[in-house]
Design a protein around this ligand. Structure first.
Ligand code: PYC
Length: 338
């Protein structure tokens, strides 16, 4: 297959040959219950430049691989994929592009922990702290123990406070728009129990809120779509956590983990309101009861530098087979119908 890519330098066009892979080695992990499929040893030249540029090239030329890796029948809406690529910054260990069943993620907290677990399993994790480049900036990772991973996330901030969203039937909710590596609408006054038993109602309301944010043109900085909805409630047990969340992800699944970027966005709101001090630990519980420990350091301009700790385990070392005779080789996609 001949592919033309806009090169890293200026608008130069780079033409090169890349073979369509027929097999992809993946390491599957889960972080607090949320899966990540890490593609390793794939030979795909995405050209130079930033991770943002490489993600755009991946999307333009190789989006079928995203679907093959995370969509049904090999995956499903809960899966996040991580494509490893050479680092953009000479001081980083690698670059990573995160994606799901409908598109691409700027950063992914649980996914970064999954990548760290996969690299450790492969014996490729650097000693101590190392950096991974993502499309929204570099993150730092270090292994705390066999399965515990510490992530220093990208700068996070609250963008808007007390935003009212009215649903067509007159119900009205309020929330904060915040960035934690992805865009979130964080809502407290939803009136639902944040418990596993209420997942269908939480899912319905979060979907309605996301739809209305879109219809009403409510966006993040620079007009960015708010594609994650976070409904906050009390923890199942104050001895284990400070708060519990339900996070609706862009592809329609809810995050089984406490959501690293969502926890970072929440920390930015707590910091902005003076409700959490620098260095103080915030324990964020997920809807299935897994917990991330988080804290922050202040950065300039009302932004914070969050750090998150969670546990990630490898649960498969597998080879995906891409058989051209298979009509669903490149995944089942409902995107055209959305
Ligand atoms: O952990 O940041 C996260 C995340 C985003 C989407 C699913 N998990």
């Amino acid at each position: 297959m001949v592919v033309q890519l806009a090169g890293g330098a200026g608008d130069a066009i780079v033409t090169f040959e890349t073979a369509q892979p027929s097999r992809l080695r993946v390491i599957d992990t889960h972080t607090g219950g949320e899966p990540t499929r890490v593609v390793v040893d794939a030979e795909l030249d995405l050209g130079g430049g930033s991770l943002e540029e490489r993600q755009q090239r991946f999307e333009r030329h190789f989006d079928h691989l995203r679907r093959a890796i995370v969509c049904e029948p090999r995956g499903g809406d809960v899966w996040v994929g991580a494509w490893l690529t050479p680092a953009a910054d000479a001081s980083s260990a690698a670059g990573v592009i995160f994606f799901n069943n409908v598109g691409y993620l700027g950063m992914c907290g649980h996914g970064t922990m999954g990548v760290a677990a996969a690299l450790r399993y492969l014996g490729r994790a650097a000693e101590g702290e190392y950096h991974l480049d993502t499309p929204v900036g570099a993150v730092a990772v270090s292994l705390q123990s066999e399965s515990r991973v510490l992530v220093h996330n990208v700068r996070s901030f609250r963008f808007r406070k007390n935003v009212a969203v009215a649903l067509p039937d007159g119900r009205k909710y309020h929330g904060e728009i915040a960035w934690g590596g992805n865009w979130f609408f964080i809502c407290h006054d939803h009136g639902l129990p944040v418990t596993a038993a209420a997942i269908p109602q939480l899912h319905r309301l979060a979907s309605e809120l996301r739809q209305q944010l879109k219809i009403q043109g409510m966006v993040g900085r620079g007009g960015a779509e708010i594609d994650h909805i976070e409904l906050i409630g009390p923890p199942s047990d104050s001895a284990i956590a400070d708060s519990r969340n339900f996070v609706l992800c862009p592809g329609g699944a809810y995050d089984r983990s406490p959501c690293g970027t969502g926890t970072s966005a929440k920390l930015a709101c707590l910091a902005a309101d003076g409700l959490l001090a620098e260095g103080q630990v915030w324990r964020q519980e997920s809807i299935i009861g897994s917990v991330f420990e988080a804290s922050f350091r202040r950065a300039a301009d009302d932004e914070i530098l969050p750090q998150l700790t969670g546990t990630a385990f490898v649960n498969a070392d597998a080879t995906l087979i891409l058989d051209p005779a298979d009509p669903f080789c490149m995944g089942i996609s409902h995107e055209a119908e959305r």
